[in-house]
Every structure is written in C-alpha cells, then in structure tokens.
Write a protein that binds this ligand. Structure first.
Ligand SMILES: [Fe+2]
Length: 366
C-alpha cells in the first residue's frame, strides 16, 4: 500500500525502491523500516512510500510455482517461496551494520571492549548466516545506499567469506579468523578522502595510488586497535595481493599469500562487481561470476573461484531466470567444463545449453 511518510511505522517493509529527487536510490525494497530510516527519508523530503505491514508477507519467486517440474531438476521450486527468511536476513544485516559503524568510528572504545564487540559480531554472523544462502546472496547483490558502502561491503565480504570458509570445511577457529579479517579488510579506507573514494571520473595516477594505500592503512589501523593476531592482520591486509604477483601492496606471489586473503579477494571482487559504483552501474551476479572465472588461473586462486562459482549455481538450480533475448527459463543442470554457462529449460520444455549458445546471457533471476 502507498502511504504518506508521516504514517510510516517502525517494522513496516518497503515494497518498492525509494528514490530521491535526482533518481538516486535511498532505500531498496525488502528493507524493514526503523525510526532512523524514517527520519532519513524525511530529511530527503520523501513524501510517499510503498509499504506493507510485517504480518502480510509479499509472495516472491512465484514464477515457476505453477509449472510442471522438469525432470533432472534437483531443487523443489517451493524452496524459493519463503519471503520471511529473506526478511530475517535483511533485518540481521541492518542490525550488524549499526554495530560495525560504531566499532569502526568510535575511538574511545578500549581494547577489551573492542574484543568483546568483535567476538559478538562473529558469533552473530555464525548463528544467523549459516543457512538460507540463496536469500543471503539476494540481499548481498541488491541495490544499496552508496553512502554506507564501506559498512555494507565489509559485512557482505564477511558473510561471503564465512560461507566459502564453511564450504572449505574450515574449523571454528579458522572461521573466526576469516570473519574478523573480512570485516576489517577495507577499514584502511576510512583514511582515504571521500572525494577520491567516490570520484565519478577516471582516477589520476596519484589518486589511484592514494586508493591503493588503503591496504597498508588497514594493516596500520588493525595494529593500532591492539586486539588482532598477526595472522588476522595479514589475512585482512593482503586482500589485494594477486596470485600472479600483480597485486599490492607487496606484489606477493600465490604461495606467499595466505588462503584467508585469497578467499576475501574472491568475496571482495564479487561484492564490488555486483554493487553500483559512482562511476558505473552494477553487474548482475552471472556477469560477475564470469569475470571471476576469467581470473581463475591468473590473479585468483582457482580452487576457491571454482568452488564459489559451482556452489553458486548449485544453489540456484531450479531457479527461474531471464535471458538477454527475454526468454524465461530455469537452470536445470551445470556444465562441468563451463560452470558459468549452465543448461536451461524454458517453460515450454525447450532445452537451452548456454555453453553452445554464446550469444545468450542470463540477465536476472525471476
Ligand atoms: Fe580493498
């Protein structure tokens, strides 16, 4: 329902993206309203919004629900019809964002208190982001407010890295190191001037160098915090090192880079590609995975990229997608040789092998 912003209440769910007068997105659909968000919208002079009450969940992922199951499809389509789980993920992300902001920006917190907060964030992520990956990915790849980029990005990278760590069967202790390093990997960016971070035009060479300095700044800040192990600091600050030695700040080679950093690099690139930047639109998940796949044998670790891409498509088996020629189909099987180009079935039972039909591309989920 469309309501006057003055009637908005905490807990209502946004039904349609909210834009400011210049067309910049302020809030995405699916977000649960808090008083803080309502005030922010008032400040932006938003007059009306589309919302629904908490207890009337909107049905999503319904495209294929009435369709006949196609043989070989491993996933029951009903699995995707659970909006309440998506809402839970959104709610948890919103809570975490607040905690992370406090942690990053408050200089008066002593080491013991910092340790306690960090431990509670790690516990929260492990408890709340250990299943329903499909909704987590959907949340991660949705539009978000550019202003909060660092916090959203840090959280997304932590959640994605945690997921990859679990797929790699990491121990609890390893997962803790990975999550903390991922949460803090870009903290060095708080030292970079906003006008360079959000610059829309091409960066000048010296500006690019300033941006690159954030990796070293991450190391410095984490040392100053005084509550991280050497292993965790390296895991975070090596996230721009690349297996072929082309990364920074130390131009390390593959065998000199720890596995945590290699995981964070994949999560970092995926999240960066699927989010809108000041200088470009966001890529859809499939395009992002193709770009990551192309780096598999040069910049990134192929064990991690292949695992990430395969799991991603496994999660979306059975899911409806739309192609660049507007065909609607669902993913029914993976191609082991070309994992970013799976086999699809259209609603009338036609099979499309994307590995053979290079002119076709998946544009979005339905
Ligand atoms: Fe970075």
């Amino acid at each position: 329902m469309r309501i006057d912003l003055n009637e908005a209440k905490e807990g209502m769910i946004i039904l349609a993206d909210v834009y400011d007068e210049y067309g910049k997105i302020l809030l995405s659909s699916g977000v649960r309203l808090s008083n803080k968000l309502i005030n922010r919208l008032k400040k932006e002079k938003v007059i009306e919004i589309d919302v629904r009450e908490q207890d009337a969940p909107k049905k999503r992922f319904e495209y294929f629900e009435e369709e006949e199951e196609i043989e070989n499809s491993k996933v029951e389509l009903k699995k995707f019809g659970r909006p309440e789980v998506k809402e839970k993920v959104t709610e948890n992300c919103n809570k975490l964002e607040d905690i992370i902001k406090k942690l990053f920006l408050n200089n008066n917190v002593d080491v013991a208190k910092r340790k306690t907060i960090i431990a509670s964030v790690v516990k929260f992520i492990k408890q709340n982001f250990n299943k329903d990956i499909i909704y987590i990915l959907e949340y991660i790849t949705k539009d978000r407010i550019i202003e909060g980029q660092l916090y959203y990005h840090s959280l997304n990278v932590a959640i994605l890295s945690y997921t990859i760590g679990k797929w790699l069967k990491y121990t609890d202790k390893q997962l803790d190191t990975l999550i903390v390093a991922a949460l803090f990997h870009d903290i060095g960016k708080i030292k970079i001037p906003e006008e360079i971070l959000n610059k829309e035009e091409r960066l000048l060479d010296n500006e690019y160098e300033i941006i690159m300095s954030h990796a070293k700044e991450t190391e410095n800040i984490m040392k100053e915090f005084g509550c991280f192990s050497k292993e965790t600091i390296e895991a975070a600050s090596f996230h721009h090192e690349r297996s072929d030695g082309s990364g920074y700040p130390n131009k390390l080679n593959g065998n000199e880079i720890n596995e945590y950093s290699k995981i964070i690099a994949v999560a970092d690139i995926f999240d960066a590609l699927t989010s809108k930047k000041a200088y470009r639109e966001k890529y859809n998940s499939f395009k992002a995975l193709e770009i990551i796949d192309n780096y598999s044998y040069s910049k990134l670790d192929n064990k991690i990229t292949k695992l990430f891409i395969t799991k991603f498509f496994e999660i979306y088996l059975g899911q409806g997608v739309e192609l660049n020629d507007s065909t609607k189909a669902k993913i029914i099987r993976l191609n082991s040789n070309e994992i970013t180009r799976p086999l699809l079935a259209t609603t009338d039972g036609q099979i499309i092998d994307l590995a053979l039909r290079k002119e076709l591309e998946i544009q979005k989920f339905l």
